[in-house]
Design a binder for this molecule. Structure first.
Ligand SMILES: CNC(=O)c1cccc(C)c1Nc1nc(N2CCN(c3ccccc3Cl)CC2)nc(N2CSC[C@H]2C(=O)NC)n1
Ligand code: NI
Length: 187
């Protein structure tokens, strides 16, 4: 089971590497890893489990954060509608690729956090508001999905990890809270 002890922190070189594509269909080992990554995210969002296992809450995780330099990400975004308990977006993406993105940009109003960064880094992380992503699922089927707003932000954050990019690389150093006109702020 993945815990915070398995997550490497900023300063570890693997976080700055470009991760390798994985063979498709994913190996049994890579399928198992994906399942463990999703389970970690679910546990991190469960108050009891998170307390018991000392987990920080997350909705996304990338294999390089486990010191595994492979192009695998897991996202588990809970639905905001309590009537619909199932997750809004819950999937493991093998070799994800952003095919296209909107000109429209967006950012999280509260800034971004990262399980590999044990500090608050204030500032807006401006990303594309909508993206089209292709990836392979655990069965080796090629998927193509369109994401917007929070889901799009999370997937861009995790794909950044596959390219050695950290969220704060995007923050305007001169004025972290500067926002260009037209950037959608997601609260
Ligand atoms: C510095 N200010 C902030 O961090 C920040 C501050 C306020 C609000 C937001 C919205 C912020 N920003 C931010 N909050 C999150 N969570 C909110 C809490 N949540 C969660 C926690 C516990 C149980 C269930 C859940 Cl659902 C888990 C997810 N996640 C991300 N990111 C950036 S994209 C990848 C994603 C990620 O999973 N990071 C670990 N950013
Ligand atoms: Ni991160």
């Amino acid at each position: 089971m993945i815990t915070m002890d398995d997550i490497i922190r900023e300063g570890h070189p693997t976080l700055r590497e470009v991760a390798q594509e994985v063979p498709i269909p994913p190996s049994a080992e890579d399928v198992k890893l994906g399942e463990e990554m999703i389970q970690f995210l679910k546990n991190s969002q469960d108050p009891e489990k998170a307390e018991e296992l000392h987990l920080r809450g997350g909705v996304g995780l990338a294999a390089p954060q486990l010191d595994i330099s492979k192009r695998i990400i897991a996202v588990h975004v809970p639905s905001i509608d309590p009537e619909k308990p199932e997750a809004e977006l819950s999937t493991v993406m093998y070799n994800p690729k952003i095919l296209s993105h909107s000109v429209q940009q967006a950012c999280l109003g509260e800034g971004e956090g990262c399980l590999s960064v044990d500090r608050e880094v204030p500032g807006y992380v401006v990303r594309a508001a909508r993206i089209t992503v292709s990836y392979f699922d655990k069965d080796g089927n090629k998927q193509k999905i369109r994401l917007k707003n929070y889901d799009a932000i999370v997937v861009q954050h995790e794909i950044d990890h596959l390219n050695g990019v950290m969220f704060y690389d995007h923050i305007n150093e001169q004025n972290p809270l500067h926002l260009e006109d037209g950037v959608l702020v997601i609260e």
